[in-house]
Ligand binder design. Structure first.
Ligand code: HEC
Length: 152
């Protein structure tokens, strides 16, 4: 009976050491651990949103499709202005734009998704396929969407 308690105690101590070590590792890596975890969560959730609402047109690899759908992978248009991208995802867009030197003039429909889902999908596309835009937080996103232009 007594040895059983000892085993439990020993296991608890091992666990405590392991958790402590992990925390130190995260603190060493520039980003605070909370931000790092949120970035990963948003990427995972955003990948699901992307597969459901975006991949049909922009393709699973983010490279778009011919002159119909512009690329998101390495897109100068996306990466130079994330607030504008948030507005496009929410409201859709139908006007002439130039992405990586190629002109597109097609219709992207508005998306029936929440602000959190938009933050997640922007975090996903902003950090997939070699893009490195970092975390798009939902607070920033709320502010950006309030300031969208009228002209889509
Ligand atoms: C029905 C096809 C379609 C779907 C679905 C779609 N898009 Fe688009 N998207 C387009 C088209 C077409 C354009 C170019 C619009 C224009 O010419 O003004 C575009 C433009 C964009 C742009 C700006 C241009 C660029 O390449 O950087 C972004 C960012 C974008 N889409 C993200 C998304 C995201 C994220 C989703 C999913 C939530 C999505 N789109 C769903 C067709 C689509």
């Amino acid at each position: 009976m007594k040895s059983k308690y000892l085993i439990v105690l020993f296991a608890t101590m091992l666990l405590a050491c392991g958790v402590g070590k992990e925390k130190n590792d995260e603190e060493k890596s520039g980003l605070t651990s909370r931000e790092e975890i949120r970035l990963k969560q948003y990427q995972v959730q955003g990948a699901k949103v992307y597969a459901t609402y975006c991949a049909n047109c922009h393709q699973q690899d983010g490279k778009g499709l011919a002159s119909l759908y512009p690329p998101l992978a390495g897109s100068d248009y996306l990466l130079e202005n994330l607030p504008r991208a948030a507005c496009i995802v929410k409201h859709g867009q139908s006007k002439e734009i130039v992405v990586n030197g190629v002109t597109y003039n097609q219709m992207m429909p508005a998306n029936p998704i929440t602000n959190l889902e938009i933050a997640e999908v922007l975090t996903f596309i902003g950090n997939a396929w070699g893009n490195e835009a970092g975390l798009v937080g939902v607070k920033d996103l709320d502010k950006w969407l309030e300031e969208c232009e009228e002209d889509y």
